[in-house]
Ligand binder design. Structure first.
Ligand code: 4AD
Ligand code: MG
Length: 431
């Protein structure tokens, strides 16, 4: 007997097949009983009739609660009325597990708090199923992009001795009596590795003790961070732009059905082809002023500014040359404007804000030592990082792309909590 998954149903018309799954929904119409079954690949309408099944099996099917797990056998039939165009006429059913209690998530509208408490079950919904499939495709696309363009994967550590992105969002751990912190970014380690392999990237979870509740912040999120030796700001920008375009195109190609199920308008994604518009930080502040959104030159963009910039353009927007006052210690200064850095962010369109941040790194030993002192960072913890500037220092650049922000935009999710299987946020570590 041929065992198939639901996505293969169309290639098996008129054949007798078996498949495994869960009861997604059921309904009856006269003497016919319809059982909607889901597996990892989709949902299928199966048809139970008294003639084709034993009395015992038929009555068991009728009483099966939602989310019962089962194994079914039947004949595939093309039927325009069935969702997906095919149905399975059942000839045998074996129940793997029949729940004793009603499934907690029903068709009625549950609040987000309830769904988040039941995240372990909520993942079975069609919506979460679709988002998880998009997420896996985004990860694959990112890996394919770097692997196909001469980059070597290098894994960064999670326990780190010092801050990379500011000391206010560090998760501190007791590391055998010493302080260690959960990594905020693998960047410093990628800088080290690019002096060996030239083009490298890391891709893994990073942590920020974000104490604010926003739709854009998780305390644990995934970031891909490429780093290139012999590279300048513009090289990193071009790489970032091409990566975003590649990922969006790949998802449109391979996960279009999922995006359509999510009700995603595909037009903004189809428009995300390079080149992307560019503004300097100072031009962006002007752009905001003209829209009536005030801010001081030198300040970082807050949530309202991010949203306005991100909504103001049809394509992703590149902002360059941020003031040193709002960027981390490792950013290289603009040789033409000492108060500015060779940095850039990419903002997605449609109000999702910053998805990528990066730039050229300070490659001069003395300048970097000065910056570490100014920012009151402990030089002892950065000695290894300073060594990179002592032995064969070269211009180098890279960026970090936030995986969940990217998925949030691609799927147009109202909140990042749906972009990761088990979100970690302020007051949220269960389940
Ligand atoms: O701009 P960030 O803080 O840059 C860095 O960490 C650099 N060290 C990266 C590098 O150059 N290698 O973070 C990069 C991206 C942001 O643009 C955003 O997409 C995401 O990481 N990000 C978050 N995503 C979800 N929740 C949070 N709390 C995030 N903080 C940053
Ligand atoms: Mg940033």
């Amino acid at each position: 007997m041929k065992e198939i998954r639901i996505e293969e149903i169309g290639q098996n018309s008129e054949e007798e097949v078996t498949l495994k799954g869960w009861v997604y929904n059921k309904r009856s119409s006269g003497k016919i009983f319809f059982l909607l079954i889901r597996d990892g690949t989709g949902i299928l309408q199966t048809v139970a009739t008294k003639g084709a099944l034993s009395e015992e099996i038929f009555s068991r099917i009728i009483s099966l609660p939602l989310e019962s797990s089962l194994w079914v056998k039947g004949t595939v039939r093309e039927d325009g009325r069935a969702p997906g165009g095919y149905e399975l006429v059942l000839s045998d059913v074996e129940v793997v597990h029949q729940p004793k209690e009603d499934y907690p998530i029903g068709p009625k509208d549950h609040g987000v708090a309830f769904l988040m408490e039941h995240r372990h079950l909520w993942l079975r919904s069609r919506r979460q199923h679709a988002i998880l499939r998009v997420r896996a495709e985004v990860v694959k696309a990112i890996r394919d992009y770097f692997d196909g363009n001469g980059f070597i994967l290098v894994d960064a550590p999670i326990f780190t001795p010092a801050a990379c992105e500011g000391t206010t969002t560090l998760f501190e751990t007791d590391y055998f009596g010493e302080k260690a912190y959960l990594s905020q970014s693998g960047q410093l380690y990628m800088e080290s590795a690019c002096f060996s392999l030239e083009k490298v990237y890391c891709f893994g979870p990073t942590f920020r003790a974000e104490k604010s509740k926003t739709r854009r912040h998780l305390t644990e999120f995934w970031m891909v961070e490429p780093e290139m030796a012999f590279a300048h700001l513009n090289d990193a920008i071009q790489l970032g732009e091409n990566l975003v375009a590649f990922v969006v195109e790949r998802v449109l190609e391979r996960r279009r059905k999922e995006l359509e199920f999510l009700g995603r308008d595909l037009t903004p994604l189809e428009k995300a082809k390079p080149p992307y518009p560019r503004l300097t930080y100072e031009e962006a502040v002007e752009f905001l002023k003209n829209k009536g959104i005030e801010m001081e030159q030198g300040e970082d963009f807050g949530a309202p500014q991010e949203t306005a910039l991100s909504e103001g353009f049809e394509k992703p927007l590149i902002i360059t040359h941020f003031p040193a006052s709002c960027k981390a210690f490792y950013m290289k200064r603009d040789p033409e404007r000492e108060d500015l850095t060779l940095s850039f962010d990419i903002f997605s369109p449609e109000g999702y804000g910053e998805i990528m941040g990066g730039g050229e790194r300070e490659d001069d030993l003395l300048a970097l030592e000065r910056k570490i002192d100014e920012d009151h960072l402990s030089k002892k913890n950065f000695e290894w990082y300073l060594d990179l500037r002592r032995y064969g220092s070269v211009p180098h650049a890279g960026f970090g792309l936030g995986l969940e922000r990217t998925i949030g935009w691609i799927c147009k999710l109202p909140h990042l909590r749906e972009s990761i299987p088990f979100p970690r946020m302020l007051e949220k570590v269960y389940p």
